[in-house]
Write a protein that binds this ligand. Structure first.
Ligand SMILES: CCCC(=O)SCCNC(=O)CCNC(=O)[C@H](O)C(C)(C)COP(=O)(O)OP(=O)(O)OC[C@H]1O[C@@H](n2cnc3c(N)ncnc32)[C@H](O)[C@@H]1OP(=O)(O)O
Length: 285
């Protein structure tokens, strides 16, 4: 993976930031690459250390692509033990226009791309498996790799101006970050094939009808706040309960029935007799 990371670090431009709210337990990851509609590039910043929380003695150097930053942020969230929810969004009223076409143009080796898609695919897999209920807030466009990122979250909330398109076929490729597999598992082969082979653009209404979007919100300045309120419905209460619930869902989607039942019982028994359980029991007696 190191070679992939090194290559990604050459992609200049953009940033990814994390905002953790300890009070609500909801974190927000924001993609920001204004000049390229939040395409996934890298960045050059004189304040790199401040943004990434490390590399302070390398300030002013190329410090890594947006995907490397996203990967670092996901790693950081693995140890956020009081967290319950996560929103992945784009700045500038749009989600993400996919891979940076300028840089992708220079990566023509299948071996290199195999390793890069492995790095990004693993990051998105790690994101989807965080013990946080996560939601992609899609405003504007989620195209190509951007659609793949949105697809890796538990839920998708879309602004009414949002559009999602797996444009890969039009680019002469297919999905490479895991969304093809996710689409097939969600819809079965026929619907997934239709979505991927048509490479069509789906608006928020169609995404909701398909079950890709769980909620459509009016496109407005406070769409992020509305998404936080929506997410709060699912992740209010004791962090341990919310996190174990998410961990159980992750286990069930990855493991055999038998193995998943063991995990489910383990996670259940961890909560039995705990503070929340006793409190709830008391209020019912
Ligand atoms: C390996 C994974 C597969 C992939 O993700 S491949 C990439 C798939 N994505 C795409 O093909 C999207 C290409 N972009 C577009 O279709 C349109 O730019 C888009 C997002 C609908 C926005 O349209 P408009 O609002 O009309 O804006 P625009 O076209 O004038 O774009 C503004 C500036 O942003 C740039 N941009 C947009 N998407 C980019 C991308 N993916 N990589 C690099 N640059 C990108 C665009 O070139 C333009 O730059 P400039 O202002 O002309 O210098």
């Amino acid at each position: 993976m190191n070679k992939a990371e090194d290559t990604l670090k050459q992609m200049v431009g953009g940033s990814v930031t994390l905002d953790k709210d300890e009070k609500t337990g909801i974190a927000v990851i924001s993609l920001d690459n204004k000049k390229k509609k939040n395409a996934l590039s890298g960045k050059y910043t004189e304040h790199a250390g401040m943004l990434t929380g490390k590399n302070t003695d390398h300030a002013g150097k190329l410090t890594g692509s947006m995907m490397c930053e996203l990967n670092d942020i996901i790693n950081e969230l693995q140890s956020w033990h009081t967290g319950k929810g996560l929103i992945l969004r784009g700045e500038n009223k749009t989600f993400c226009s996919g891979g940076d076409l300028n840089t992708l143009h220079n990566i023509m080796s299948p071996t290199q791309e195999y390793s890069i898609s492995g790095f990004i695919g693993q990051s998105l897999q790690n994101l989807s498996q965080l013990p946080l209920i996560n939601v992609a807030l899609v405003e504007g466009n989620a195209l190509g790799g951007g659609a793949e990122m949105a697809m890796s979250c538990d839920f998708m909330v879309m602004a009414d101006n949002a559009r999602l398109a797996f444009v890969h076929k039009k680019m002469g490729v297919i999905t490479g970050f895991g969304a093809g597999t996710r689409l097939v598992r969600k819809f079965g082969t026929l619907k997934a094939l239709e979505i991927l082979a048509s490479a069509r653009t789906m608006d928020a209404t169609e995404c909701e009808q398909l079950g890709l979007a769980s909620k459509i919100l009016p496109h407005s300045e406070n769409v992020l706040d509305l998404t936080k309120s929506w997410l709060h419905n699912y992740c209010d209460g004791d962090p341990k309960v919310v996190r174990n619930l998410k961990a159980m869902v992750v286990a069930a989607s990855n493991l055999s029935l038998e193995d998943s039942h063991v995990i489910e019982r383990t996670l259940f028994s961890e909560l039995w007799g705990g503070e929340s359980h006793l409190k709830a029991q008391k209020s019912k007696l």
